[in-house]
Ligand binder design. Structure first.
Ligand SMILES: NC(=O)c1ccc[n+]([C@@H]2O[C@H](COP(=O)([O-])OP(=O)(O)OC[C@H]3O[C@@H](n4cnc5c(N)ncnc54)[C@H](O)[C@@H]3O)[C@@H](O)[C@H]2O)c1
Length: 303
């Protein structure tokens, strides 16, 4: 298949580009490189703004995987992330609808669920608690408006990622922030008391599951992509210290509108696409640590 990945130089885009190429697909990663990072760009990267794409650019493309976004939840309270992301999503939706491409798969987020109890299924109500989440809700609703405009055989799907982590992720998310701290001999900073729990998915597992979605019978209008395993942030910090063999913990003020727990209900995913992959957390953290590139010495965790 001929696949275009927007946000192709990002954390998930980079890993997905590699995996789909290994599987024999022709992949064009596209990114405006607006999110600075220390990662290398993928081979064949098209440096371009998503909002500059035209329907002609999708000639010959079978599937568009739209990952480009500004994803920092805290930043979204202060910056134009919401407006940017919705404008980008609206542009890709319209461009796709009037193009000849067959499928569009868009990235959404568990943040659309906000504060709710128990495993979160796709039919739970929207309860956004940040501008970033409001943007993802808006984009999902825009997708619902564009979907009926598609002709036969064309598909528009959404995956709601939970907290995906692994090598090459920018240090603004909780796991890479801890990994960066421990390898830089700085304390791991937990915002709040650390009881807030996150559904953590190792990147290789997320990519395996995404591949199953792409190879599956159809793109669902919306499907969760997570591990179904919620881990309190203080346990993540302890696990990072265990994996590194050293480290200390400090606490800072909680985030604005911090959500107490995310756990993915993966019933729809397993019914439609089969297995959910779950690399054990300790193993996934050890693999992620390697990408921070500094040898670690053994020493007991301290608080
Ligand atoms: N990583 C996670 O845990 C997670 C969780 C929930 C949802 N998501 C969603 O998954 C998608 C991918 O996330 P990621 O972790 O790879 O993020 P990332 O920040 O690593 O990558 C996003 C990429 O998009 C690019 N980009 C942003 N705006 C662009 C534009 N207008 N034109 C072209 N390129 C642009 C950036 O330069 C960056 O390389 C995002 O939509 C994000 O909101 C990710």
């Amino acid at each position: 298949m001929n696949i275009l990945i927007t946000g192709g130089a990002g954390f998930i885009g980079l890993a997905l580009t590699d995996a789909l190429r290994v599987a024999g697909h022709t992949v064009t990663p596209l990114d405006n490189l607006s999110v600075t990072s220390r990662r290398p760009s993928p081979k064949g990267l098209v440096v371009r703004e998503v909002r500059a794409l035209t329907p002609r650019d999708l000639d010959g493309v079978d599937t568009v995987i739209h990952l480009a976004a500004l994803k920092s939840v805290p930043d979204s309270f202060e910056t134009g992330n919401l407006e940017h992301n919705v404008a980008v999503d609206r542009h890709i939706l319209h461009t796709f609808v009037v193009s000849t491409a067959r499928r569009l798969l868009m990235a959404s987020s568990c943040e659309v669920y906000g504060e709710q109890t128990g495993p979160l299924a796709e039919n739970a109500p929207y309860a956004a608690r940040s501008p970033y989440a409001v943007g993802k809700v808006a984009s999902e609703q825009l997708a619902g408006i564009y979907r009926p405009l598609l002709g036969d055989g064309r598909q528009l799907g959404i995956v709601r990622f939970f907290n995906t982590f692994g090598p090459q992720e920018g240090a603004d998310a909780v796991v890479p922030a801890f990994l960066s701290a421990v390898t830089g001999d700085r304390p791991l900073t937990i915002q709040g008391d650390g009881t807030q729990a996150r559904d953590l998915t190792y990147i290789d597992d997320a990519i395996a599951m995404l591949t199953r979605v792409l190879d599956g019978p159809e793109l669902l209008p919306v499907v969760n992509l997570g591990s179904g395993r919620a881990v309190p942030v203080r346990d993540v910090a302890d696990a990072v210290i265990r994996a590194a063999g050293r480290g200390t913990i400090t606490h800072a003020a909680p985030r604005i509108n911090e959500i107490s727990s995310f756990t993915a209900d993966l019933s729809l995913f397993t019914r439609t696409y089969g297995t959910v992959d779950r690399t054990p957390l300790d193993a996934a953290l050890a693999l992620s640590l390697q990408s921070f590139g500094r040898p670690l010495t053994a020493a007991g965790p301290r608080r």
